[in-house]
Write a new protein. Structure first.
Length: 203
């Protein structure tokens, strides 16, 4: 077997884990199944990830990177907070939701599995704290770059945005109506923008 760098091997295993998780759910996913999906010996997987928990944490980290990539794609921070909210939310929806039902179901299952098995402080808390922090930091950067202030603290804005998106995603998963989902997304973003009420910093 040709030598593969550790970082590349980890990426391959995470990608395989996402495929398995999307097909059979968290409870049904085993390291053996992921190794088979990745086309590597089980011992090789164990060398990279000593446990299923370690592998799932890497999957969460990968998912947060995907969100950051979608949020920041073609972003023009100097256009301000409203643009960052509207543009970023739309890019996340189109890139990670509209045609990625299996991925979304996998992430919700991963969160609920963690809540049930680990409780507070587990993978689910890590997952949601990372998402909220990434969104809040990005929007704060956009506001600061454009010389704006926000009517609410960015941590609160990030949590509300995540709650809004979660609700819309779940409705879309159980009743996939793209036109309705897009209308609802637009209206929800309008409410989020009104709540943030960004204004230029004077003086």
């Amino acid at each position: 077997m040709a030598y593969v760098k550790a970082a590349q091997r980890e990426q391959e295993i995470v990608a395989a884990a996402v495929q398995v998780l999307s097909k059979v759910g968290v409870a049904g996913t085993t390291l053996r199944a992921v190794a088979a999906e990745a086309g590597i010996p089980l011992g090789t997987l164990h060398y990279v990830f000593a446990s299923k928990d370690a592998m799932l944490r890497a999957v969460i980290n990968s998912a947060t990177v995907d969100v950051v990539t979608a949020l920041r794609a073609d972003a023009a921070l100097d256009r301000g907070l409203v643009h960052a909210i509207r543009h970023g939310t739309e890019r996340v929806w189109q890139g990670l939701v509209a045609d990625a039902a299996g991925l979304q179901i996998m992430q919700y299952e991963l969160a609920m599995y963690s809540v049930r098995s680990e409780g507070r402080g587990g993978l689910a808390q890590l997952q949601y704290e990372r998402y909220t922090s990434l969104v809040a930091d990005f929007w704060e950067q956009a506001a600061r770059t454009a010389g704006e202030r926000c009517a609410v603290d960015f941590a609160t804005l990030g949590r509300l945005a995540l709650a809004m998106m979660d609700g819309l995603i779940i409705q879309y998963l159980v009743n996939p109506d793209p036109a309705r989902a897009q209308r609802d997304l637009n209206r929800a973003v309008d409410m989020l923008v009104a709540f943030a009420d960004p204004q230029p910093i004077v003086g």
